[in-house]
Design a protein around this ligand. Structure first.
Ligand SMILES: Cc1cc2nc3c(=O)[nH]c(=O)nc-3n(C[C@H](O)[C@H](O)[C@H](O)COP(=O)(O)OP(=O)(O)OC[C@H]3O[C@@H](n4cnc5c(N)ncnc54)[C@H](O)[C@@H]3O)c2cc1C
Length: 499
């Protein structure tokens, strides 16, 4: 039975004179549901946690890409789980559109931003980082950033599978899977979650883990924003202490040599799952990061790279920690250009396929660079079979990741002018089409799409496989029978859009 307005106000902790004034506004229909939702939220969450017009522009602008920035009707900044619960009850009751933002690093419009037609739930005040006394579990708030998480844990001699770049948010990265340098050895970030604390569509706060709500636990490991708002991730720490890394820069003329070395390592060296390679092919140069999860100098797994002649050694072989590596990557990741995008494709390992798609991409990316100034990268992320096997061993996930050695291609794209949006995006769209066309022709294509690299028009959940999609839909309906998260949520990889 639907709640009366008075009992709804009681359910979010309001009564007395506050409730009476709101009842007058609601019953007299003098306010829109959106205005009332923001007004009720102000009374529940406090004035400091609910921002209405004129909004603080810095708060509005916090998304990573200018492409997605939009000014919501109001911004709710819950400061604890109870605030999130009340916010969700308010959204459900007034049936208002909403978006959820943790770190705001999705470049997909409307995923973690919304315009005047809705409210933005900004989770940045939920940024706790607490390591258990035995250092086995790190409890993280969704609104934290990976740089703070990794450095805080590093100082205590612990680490987790998480983001590689400091500014990226905790919430979105884990819910989309979460690929780290150590994923080949330990699985994705989501695979290493011990427990989720989640607020469901009716405002209920619950846990999801192997023993409680185990179906929801499975679904949350890569199922995106379809089930509720996660307010805490309890992540098992991983036994990575001191590590070895080296960063070398090559000329673009060496692209084929570098790709050959990469493929040789993928086929042979990568069986040592402590080794991983970050390969970033830019328009002006190629950067190769060799990372080994133990303090071994010049690990033999990387032998194919040692015979290449580098243009420059950006970071000589170094014994460090995940914390020092993350700081280093943060310095190299800063970009002053404000419009961004990324995109995903997967394939089996094949040197000729890599070279052919690279040549196709480079020709187009150079032309568009000439006309728009856009910088684009061509990144091949190595995915050993062990990554998927770790996920299965840790209870399974819905992502349907192939249990074979393969790669997840992605691109980071930076540009300046809105008038160039389409021309710039077209390069990556054409490139993913080319991965598919050549890959299918050569029996090297894999339909899997990594959600955290997928662009707005791609369908990563659809690529998880029919059985996983059917199961995800069933679980979503069980925990959110009115499909609040699939229909009122402004954007995101929503199950309601997957056939
Ligand atoms: C520079 C850069 C580096 C990156 N590096 C990596 C990497 O190393 N590994 C990797 O896997 N990915 C990486 N990514 C991709 C990144 O994981 C995704 O963009 C992710 O969505 C960002 O998380 P966020 O919290 O910042 O995102 P947001 O934009 O805040 O959210 C993204 C989506 O998740 C939803 N969401 C966020 N928090 C919650 C929550 N608590 N409950 C429910 N739904 C929620 C949002 O509604 C939205 O749909 C990188 C991206 C960039 C731009």
């Amino acid at each position: 039975m639907a709640l009366t307005f008075e009992s709804f106000l009681g359910s979010v902790g309001l009564s007395g004179t506050e409730a009476q004034s709101l009842t007058g506004a609601y019953v007299g229909k003098s306010s829109s549901p959106l205005a009332l939702a923001c007004q009720v939220a102000q009374l529940c969450l406090g004035q400091d946690n609910v921002h209405t017009a004129p909004l603080n522009q810095t708060l509005v602008d916090e998304n990573w890409s200018q492409v997605v920035i939009s000014e919501p009707y109001c911004i709710l900044q819950p400061s604890n789980t109870n605030d999130v619960s009340n916010a969700v009850k308010i959204i459900s009751y007034f049936q208002v559109k909403f978006a959820v933002r943790s770190g705001g690093h999705s470049p997909n419009p409307g995923f973690s931003s919304i315009g005047q037609g809705g409210v933005l739930l900004d989770l940045q005040k939920l940024d706790q980082i607490v390591l258990s006394s035995d250092k086995s579990v790190a409890s993280l708030g969704p609104g934290g950033r990976w740089g703070d998480v990794i450095s805080t844990l590093d100082a205590q001699g612990a680490t987790v599978i998480g983001g590689r770049i400091p500014d990226v948010g905790v919430g979105g990265l884990i819910l989309g899977g979460g690929f780290s340098h150590y994923s080949g050895e330990f699985g994705l970030a989501a695979d290493n979650v011990k427990n989720f604390e989640i607020v469901l569509a009716d405002g209920t706060v619950t846990a999801a883990n192997a023993a409680l709500n185990s179906d929801l636990f499975w679904a949350l490991k890569g199922g995106g924003p379809n089930f509720g708002i996660v307010t805490r991730f309890d992540l098992n720490t991983v036994p990575v202490g001191q590590i070895w890394y080296q960063v070398t820069v090559y000329s673009v003329d060496q692209a084929h040599e570098v790709l050959d070395a990469f493929v040789e390592w993928q086929n042979n060296g990568a069986s040592d799952v402590k080794s991983t390679v970050a390969l970033i092919m830019g328009l002006q140069s190629i950067t190769v990061g060799l990372i080994y999860s133990e303090p071994t100098e010049q690990p033999s797994a990387f032998a194919p790279f040692y015979s290449l002649t580098a243009l420059a050694v950006a970071v000589p072989g170094t014994i460090g920690t995940n914390g020092s590596l993350t700081i280093l990557l943060g310095m190299s990741a800063s970009s002053t250009i404000e419009r961004h995008d990324y995109r995903a494709a997967s394939s089996r390992i094949d040197s000729q396929l890599y070279k052919d798609v690279y040549a196709f991409w480079r020709e187009r990316a150079l032309v568009v660079h000439g006309t728009t100034g856009a910088n684009q990268t061509f990144c091949i992320q190595p995915v050993p079979a062990n990554l998927a096997e770790e996920g299965i061993a840790k209870g399974g996930n819905p992502m349907g990741i192939p249990t074979e050695n393969h790669q997840w291609w992605t691109t980071l794209i930076d540009w300046t002018n809105a008038s160039d949006d389409e021309a710039v995006r077209q390069v990556s769209i054409d490139t993913t089409n080319q991965w598919k066309a050549l890959g299918e022709e050569r029996k090297l294509w894999l339909p899997h799409l990594f959600m955290n690299d997928a662009s707005r028009d791609q369908n990563p959940i659809g690529a998880y496989g029919d059985d996983n999609v059917a199961k995800l839909k069933e679980i979503a309906l069980k925990y959110d029978k009115n499909r609040v998260f699939q229909t009122l949520q402004n954007g995101g990889f929503l199950l309601s859009e997957v056939n």
